[in-house]
Ligand binder design. Structure first.
Ligand code: G1P
Length: 289
């Protein structure tokens, strides 16, 4: 079993980040000087993926333009001798083969993933959600792919979250069967703290079998009236034993205001060009409050 393809659902309306997402895809929000989706695509490429399908929706054209070549801009930068910028822009246009398909109605994550069925064409595939940026030595999705290929199993990326936050995530319960690996026993989408079987949350990275599409197709609307990927994975458990891998790395939920700002601050601090100055200014600010 080899995982070669990745699916990045980017059709969501971004209601948690309104009003900016009224006219701008949430995936294009900048983290320092690159859009969120750039980090996600890069994670997939660094994990050895060479074929990416992005599920887009209404108002998401900026994503396609970002990954496309921009000959006018490249010509302009070359003329002006801005060679460093030129290199960056050219590299983005040549990153990897990216394909697009549009979800016409916002029916939920499960339905978005179902749009990948033809492209995936019967192979196991990775799913990366753009709301989570994960900074780690080994790309987060690669951590899952290694377990999936070794165990020939579906794998869900997880992380422990504070109990008061369980209602924001898919939550699993399971038995630990190895270092950082669990056998999933149950899976609930956004439970109340009382219903939650644990505080182990699904963090937007999955390696899935193509059979998942059959299970999605049969789903009635779930939490929030949407077709939930979590529900399909839960229904698969009896016939497809599924593992969860605790992801090593720093995760930012950039789909929330605080996560978005923290990602900018922390990744800004790591930048050679602005890190030192940013730290000085932050220290000043902290002293003042
Ligand atoms: C989705 C999934 C949820 C998962 C979360 C991770 O929810 O449905 O199970 O925990 O992504 O970010 P969303 O954040 O799209 O509401």
């Amino acid at each position: 079993m080899r995982v070669r393809k990745a699916v990045i659902p980017a059709a969501g309306l971004g209601t948690r980040m309104l009003p900016i997402t009224k006219s701008m895809p949430k995936e294009m929000l900048p983290i320092v000087d690159k859009p969120v989706i750039h980090y996600v695509v890069k994670e997939a490429i660094e994990a050895g993926i060479d074929d990416i399908l992005i599920i887009t929706g209404k108002g998401k054209r900026a994503i396609e333009d970002y990954f496309d070549r921009s000959f006018e801009l490249e010509y302009y930068l070359r003329e002006k001798g801005k060679l460093e910028e030129l290199k960056q822009v050219e590299e983005i246009g040549e990153m990897v083969d990216i394909y697009y398909v549009r979800q016409k109605k916002p029916l939920g994550l499960g339905d978005a993933v179902l749009h990948a069925e033809k492209h995936v064409n019967g192979e196991p595939f990775a799913v990366l959600l753009g709301d989570d940026i994960i900074i780690s030595q080994k790309p987060a999705i690669k951590q899952l792919i290694d377990v999936a290929e070794r165990e020939k199993s579906q794998v869900i990326g997880v992380e422990k979250v504070p109990e008061e936050l369980v209602g924001r995530y898919g939550i699993i319960s399971g038995e630990k069967i190895g270092e950082d690996v669990y056998m999933v026993r149950d899976l609930v989408e956004k439970p109340s703290p009382k219903e939650a079987p644990s505080n182990i949350a699904v963090v937007g990275r999955y390696v899935l079998f193509p059979e998942v599409f059959d299970f999605i197709r049969e789903l009635p609307p779930g939490k929030g009236g949407e077709i939930q990927l979590t529900d399909a994975l839960r229904n698969m458990l009896p016939s497809y034993p599924t593992l969860a891998k605790m992801i090593e790395g720093r995760r930012y939920d950039v789909g929330t205001r605080l996560g978005f700002i923290m990602a900018n601050v922390e990744l800004g601090l790591e930048r050679e060009d602005i890190g030192e100055e940013l730290l000085t200014r932050l220290k000043q600010l902290v002293r003042e409050v």
